[in-house]
Ligand binder design. Structure first.
Ligand code: IMP
Length: 192
């Protein structure tokens, strides 16, 4: 059975991706390989951060590995918060503060168009590949919904009226940036 490490400490992401993996692949977490490092995310792009994380595991443990990184890109803010999405309002990664800052910065802006972008970087001996998932939508003026996390209460995906925080996780996984990137990764892994 092929083993691949998913460079994350996030159990929810791990669980979600595990259910989608083909049986021929055993997905290992950072905890499974006893990696307790806080891998630095110091690149200035989403692509760069995904690569940093995948490289860290590949070169330290010599195991095939993939890592993901996601950002919310808001048109009227020139693509911000982008790679800084988690720490937009400060290093404590506070979602409420991030949302408040975003809504403040968007006041009086005409366009509220935005997109989530997830990049998955896969590293192994034979291949060095990148898979991107994009979900377009717009930012509303006031939070709605209790589900999800991060910017979900203010993001309405294209063709929907509800925010990500109001949609079921099944629908979100089907249409989301991360869901789309994961689907591309899995169909690639199935093909090799
Ligand atoms: P990460 O790269 O998956 O850790 O995401 C970085 C940051 O982007 C998170 O801390 C959230 O603020 C935001 N984010 C990522 N994915 C989502 C999502 O699906 N919904 C809302 N916010 C998200």
């Amino acid at each position: 059975m092929r083993k691949i490490v998913f460079a994350t400490h996030n159990q929810n992401k791990l669980k979600e991706i595990r259910t989608m993996m083909p049986r021929s692949i055993k997905l290992l977490s950072l905890d499974d390989i006893l990696c307790h490092d806080e891998i630095p995310e110091t690149a200035d792009t989403i692509e760069g951060n995904a690569k940093l994380k995948a490289d860290h595991v590949y070169y330290k443990y010599n195991l095939p590995c993939f890592a993901d990184d996601t950002g919310l890109e808001v048109e009227a803010l020139g693509g911000e918060p982008g790679v800084r999405s988690a720490r937009y309002a400060g290093n404590d990664k506070n979602s409420e503060a991030n949302i408040d800052k975003l809504l403040f910065n968007l006041k009086h802006k005409e366009s509220r168009a935005a997109q989530f972008k997830t990049v998955i970087h896969l590293m192994d001996k034979k291949e060095n590949k990148r898979f991107t998932g994009i979900c377009k939508g717009h930012i509303i003026e006031n939070k709605r919904g209790d589900g999800g996390f991060g910017y979900d209460p203010i993001f309405v995906p294209e063709d929907y009226k509800e925010t990500f925080a109001e949609l079921s996780s099944a629908i979100k996984n089907k249409i989301s940036h991360r869901g789309l990137a994961v689907k591309k990764l899995i169909s690639y892994l199935k093909s090799i």
